[in-house]
Write a protein that binds this ligand. Structure first.
Ligand code: GUN
Ligand code: ZN
Length: 428
């Protein structure tokens, strides 16, 4: 494959802007270039220099477009695509009223394939190149998701959602079938091309202790797989968990006691955590996923980004589509900023962009491969137009530096700001 040179403003990270001052953490070049070949980023540097050293490369000039790593959405439910923005319910009612009826449709492979295609179209339009998604209890829903991702050459994480209680007939498996189906899917898909399997018990209210135990056993057999679930999203949910597991020390313990706590564990929401839960999550270096548009939309609460970050937690950012109200990681960063403000911490634009790329990639254990504009990384790239609307453009015109320039797009941007997307070195 011939080399391609992308020209524009380039932004990558040398370190986390939560750990280092922004100037030390960020590599920004207003006259930058990215060399890609065979699906990989071969070099990131100065425009003139890389042009001179690669005279045969095809040039794509984005002007003052901002070239950075594609967005990584660390927690989503692709089967909820068609019922996003469903009105008026809190978590448990929302699941029963809107989510479960929609998820029941995924026993039909044709419907699952149709929604998977729509979902990947929508996320690509929004500059998202990697997603960690829940599927439904139906193996067909996993097949549909991985098949579509494989066709598009995308790095994704997904798993069959397991539920054997507190869900309608037709949306329940058993401890044994969840184990067997998950194992079969894992054997088929995990590690194939850019696909990774995540063992996926939905959350403790919809799994019996027997099922959680079976999931823990499966994870112990396949420790290189991720394990994704929900944790402490709403206070009503936590009270229900206490009733269902009277012997558990807390919500996290309903996972921990069944072998479902570990470094490859990805815990969505994690809003209302007890001190013991925070300590254990940090001790094992588990990943927490902030889902800010979902947490405001379903009314769940305000994730403690600055407290958890300064305590050393590994944290990613996610849409939580369709509990989240958007497919866009730009809208998600804006919501994260607003929740930070409500908690008294203004997240820097560099921190928001880091969370949506390196932070999420690190939460998925993939930060060496994706989520950064850096030599040796896979060529998953988004190019942002920082003047995508009149409102954004007029504000950007007054910007004194890159942060003032990109922040209006973070706060007001959407798919119109996504000028181009490259996935695995292919312009899509
Ligand atoms: N908790 C259990 N299932 C779900 C889900 O589908 N969405 C959200 N937001 N929370 C959950
Ligand atoms: Zn979720």
């Amino acid at each position: 494959m011939p080399a391609t040179l992308l020209l524009g403003q380039t932004l990558g990270f040398k370190a986390s802007p939560f750990d280092r001052p922004v100037d030390e953490a960020v590599e920004f070049n207003p006259s930058g270039a990215v060399l890609i070949q065979d699906g990989m980023i071969r070099a990131v540097g100065d425009r003139a220099q890389l042009q001179a050293s690669n005279p045969d490369a095809a040039n794509t000039d984005y002007g003052d477009g901002l070239i950075m790593a594609g967005f990584v959405d660390a927690h989503a439910h692709y089967p909820q695509t068609a019922m996003i923005a469903s009105w008026g319910k809190r978590l448990i009612d929302w699941l029963n009223s809107y989510t479960f009826p929609e998820e029941q449709r995924f026993d039909d492979p044709a419907y699952a394939a149709k929604i998977a295609t729509r979902y990947f179209d929508l996320t690509a339009q929004n500059g998202t190149t990697t997603i960690a998604s829940y599927c439904t209890i139906h193996p067909e829903s996993v097949t549909a998701f991985f098949t579509e991702a494989q066709k598009r050459g995308q790095r994704v994480v997904a798993g069959k959602t397991c539920m054997d209680r507190n869900a309608p007939e037709g949306l329940r498996d058993t401890a044994q079938s969840a184990y067997d189906d998950s194992k079969a899917l894992l054997s088929k898909w995990h590690g194939l091309d850019r696909l990774s399997y995540a063992i996926t018990p939905r959350f403790s209210p919809t799994s019996t202790p027997e099922q959680l135990d079976a999931m823990g056993a499966l994870w112990a057999e396949h420790p290189d797989c991720l394990m994704q679930t929900h944790l402490s999203e709403q206070t009503d949910e936590i009270a229900w968990v206490k009733k269902l597991f009277p012997d558990a020390r807390d919500y996290l313990d309903t996972y921990e006691r069944f072998g479902l706590l570990g470094r490859g564990g990805i815990y969505g929401h994690a809003i209302h955590l007890e001190p013991r839960e925070k300590d254990r999550l940090r001790d094992v270096d588990a990943a927490l996923i902030h889902c800010p548009t979902s947490n405001t939309f379903i009314g769940s609460g305000l994730f403690d980004m600055s407290g958890l970050m300064s305590d050393g937690h590994r944290i990613g950012l996610a849409t939580d589509t369709g509990g989240g109200s958007s497919f866009s990681m730009l809208r998600t960063m804006a919501a994260a900023y607003e929740i930070g403000q409500l908690r008294g911490t203004a997240l820097h634009p560099a921190q928001l962009l880091w969370l949506a790329t390196q932070g999420s990639a690190r939460a998925l254990g993939m930060d060496e491969k994706i989520g950064n504009l850096a030599t040796g990384h896979e060529a998953d790239i988004v190019v942002l137009n920082l003047n995508s609307t009149e409102a954004i453009s007029q504000r950007n015109a007054r910007a004194a530096d890159i942060w003032e320039s990109v922040f209006p797009t973070i706060m007001m941007g959407d798919d119109r700001a996504v000028q181009d997307v490259w996935i695995g070195g292919r312009q899509i």
